[in-house]
Design a protein around this ligand. Structure first.
Ligand SMILES: Cc1cc2nc3c(=O)[nH]c(=O)nc-3n(C[C@H](O)[C@H](O)[C@H](O)COP(=O)(O)O)c2cc1C
Length: 355
């Protein structure tokens, strides 16, 4: 097998989604048919990574994309987690094996799949589409759809209150400040401001305000600074979609590999939605704040935020009909829309190689 085949597969695989476009992976080519994927996570400085779980899901999305990409070349990609690798730096050993295999129909959606953070149409999903999405997710994971106006309104309220935590949490501020690339339509290593989902005037104001936490605090306290972003980023998009979708695991995740598997299912779901002409926006912050509160872990020095997160976890559980012990893997909204005009792209493939 020529080395270029492996390089082409990796070049495609790197289009997998990752939280805030962090792309927590590097590639070490071991031979023409073997690559070691060096994963990392951002838990030390990204509040939303919660013990690295969001990064582990991104690793899963990468491995799933790699397996799909391999089918383009008649190859099967087998991977194992290297024994003894640390959760902070997991290594996944991948071997490509010639197989009598046709290109998977999802492969041609790998690069066009992208987040849509702007309002979508409310045209309902057909039963066939819902069945296709549910079938895309294997391994005992299930999907729950929230479609009616009442259901979407309940989610919109949840996201509105959840955004109250996100926007007033001092620990989240450096993340928001650093992940946006300003005055950009595309970004290789962050999220371009034009893909964030606010109008240009709000983006300009956000850029100025977000340069200093004191400005954020002042705006939030005296000028209702959270209202416009909450309306544009949370409330309106939550109503303007066909459905919210909650992916639930067969059992609570116990180890890194469970989060990796969840990420694989997320990517299958997202690519299948893309193949159906739908767009997706993950809505992970309610899941993440619930992880914190249900694990008895603190995410902020402000005690009132823990109280709010606890209340919201209960509201989320009421919406989903779940007990506090049941886990949520992934939450997103979906629907039809024009393709997003701005998006995150990826670091050049060459920059991802190590060794
Ligand atoms: C585990 C995970 C969590 C994510 N959470 C969110 C989220 O809460 N809100 C959001 O708008 N996008 C979220 N995203 C989407 C990423 O920001 C997006 O995939 C990344 O910026 C790359 O952009 P692209 O998917 O358009 O290529 C998430 C992605 C992953 C894999």
């Amino acid at each position: 097998m020529p080395r270029e085949t492996l390089e082409k597969i990796l070049a495609l695989a790197r289009w997998a989604p990752s939280g805030d476009n962090t792309q927590p992976w590097q590639f070490e080519i071991v031979s023409d048919s073997q690559v070691a994927i060096h994963g990392f996570d951002t838990r030390r400085y990204v509040l939303y990574d919660f013990d690295g779980h969001a990064s582990h899901m991104a690793h899963g999305a990468l491995l799933e994309t790699l397996q799909l990409a391999a089918t383009r070349f008649g190859l099967r990609a087998d991977w194992t987690l290297r024994p003894g690798s640390a959760d902070e730096e997991p290594v996944y050993d991948v071997t490509l094996i010639p197989a009598d295999i046709a290109e998977d129909p999802l492969v041609r959606h790998i690069e066009s799949r992208s987040v849509q953070r702007r309002p979508m149409r409310t045209t309902a999903l057909s039963q066939t589409q819902k069945d296709a999405l549910a079938a895309a997710v294997g391994g005992g994971y299930t999907l729950q759809f929230f479609e009616s106006f009442q259901d979407r309104l309940a989610v919109a309220r949840l996201l509105w209150q959840n955004a109250g935590i996100r926007l007033t949490c001092p620990e989240a501020y450096p993340v928001h400040r650093d992940i946006i690339e300003w005055n950009a339509r595309y970004s290789e290593d962050r999220i371009p401001d034009q893909a964030v989902g606010v109008d240009p005037a709000t983006a300009k104001l956000m850029h100025w305000v977000m340069q200093r936490w004191e400005r954020v605090e002042f705006f939030n306290r005296y000028l209702g600074g959270t209202i416009v972003p909450r309306v544009q980023l949370d409330f309106v998009p939550a109503l303007a979609c066909a459905a919210h979708v909650l992916m639930r695991p067969p059992a609570p995740p116990r180890s890194l590999i469970d989060h990796v598997h969840a990420g694989m299912e997320v990517q299958r779901l997202w690519l299948t939605a893309t193949a159906l002409g739908l767009h997706v926006q993950p809505e992970m912050t309610p899941v993440i704040f619930r992880w914190y509160t249900r694990s008895g872990r603190s995410f902020s020095a402000l005690p009132e935020l823990a109280v709010q997160a606890d209340r919201l976890a209960r509201i989320f559980e009421e919406i989903a009909g779940a007990t506090p012990h049941e886990s949520f893997s992934f939450f997103c909204r979906t629907g039809y829309s024009m393709p997003p005009k701005a998006r995150s792209v990826r670091r050049p493939a060459d920059s991802l190689y190590v060794g």
